[in-house]
Design a protein around this ligand. Sequence first.
Ligand code: NIG
Ligand code: FE
Length: 409
Amino acid sequence: MKLITNIYQLLVTGEYDKALCGKEMGAMPYIENAYLVIDEDRIYEYGSMDDLHPIAVDEVIDATGQIVLPMWCDSHTHLVFATTREDEFVDRIKGLSYQEIAARGGGILNSARKLQAMSEDELYEDALERLSQCIKTGTGAIEIKTGYGLTVASELKMLRVIKRLSTAVDIPVKATLLAAHAIPERHKQNREAYIDEIVNEMIPAFTKESLVDFIDIFCETGYFTVAEMDTIVNAGKAHGLKPKVHVNQFTSIGGIQKAIELEALTVDHLEELTEKDIDALKTSNTIPVALPGCSFFLNIPYTPARKIIDAGLSLAVATDYNPGSSPSSSMNFIVSQACINLKMTPAEAIVAATINGAFAMDVAKETGSITKGKKANLIITKPLPSYNAIPYHFGQHQIDKVIVNGEVL
Ligand code: NIG
Ligand code: FE
């Protein structure tokens, strides 16, 4: 047993059965001057220092002046990829758009060519290094998508890498099939053939091996249509996969309405969001997910988070870590961006990056808040004047220690 004493602020306390919505997000559940007991890999109990009774422990960690919170829950990443894409970064600085680069065979297809040529072991080693970095900087649960394979063999290779990652690290790792990320070159003239491959080959084979948790699609002008989302998501659902989908990144084409009809767990991106889209979200339990790192890197509009939260909806934030539109895995930076660019309060941003992120990838039973029985995956910050200082120091995480599965890293 380990005891953390004198915690200045213990954040995101409590047990939740759904993502926090609207005003709830701004009312940070926390305890000032708190203690927390860890038994092996789990939170055993916590409370006010005034109520701390004598307890036999093996180790005491004094957290005077320090803040303790659940590790970040990054519900949307593309962490398994072949190489970075600095050349496209420079092309965009010189004036080309993300879509123009993609039309020249760059973008997702560029990443796919490189990934197809790499061995599973090479991919795994690189991805493990990235994932270890995520954990060191406070990410305690992560979702990882395929989508740079675009063939049966290479999508399978990505899923095997994700499976290996999930057994190599002590944090929850969820796998999402995003074979519908772009139409591969070989099917350019016959996109139905690729949809067919996803529906009739990939989904049955990959779910049979229990390699996938969620089904995703890039529903966007120039990528996949709303009708194709219907086909692919229904095929995934028939094999037990919950939908988490990319919609409204560049255009609003009805993806949100369809995703809601398909009972999607999340709709991600939402940089282009209409009033109609917001009204549709109000009728559902689908969780909106904002990815401000992508807006920052591509210089595109930010998700109107204020409108979403003020409409009483829930919101999660995630990194979208990928080589094309968001090459950073820093959840701390995302929490800063949630405040600076999405105009969320620090309380809303921290809730969006912890408990709401956990619901956005179905790991809230395990992590995302401080409650008895959840995994002891915790961040202990340096001494700070208040939790507002966590996002205030943008680009500089304030971590003193990370506790993963009850062990100080
Ligand atoms: O979420 N929008 C689609 N997919 C990724 C970017 C993929 C890439 O450019 O490699 C995203 O932003
Ligand atoms: Fe993405």
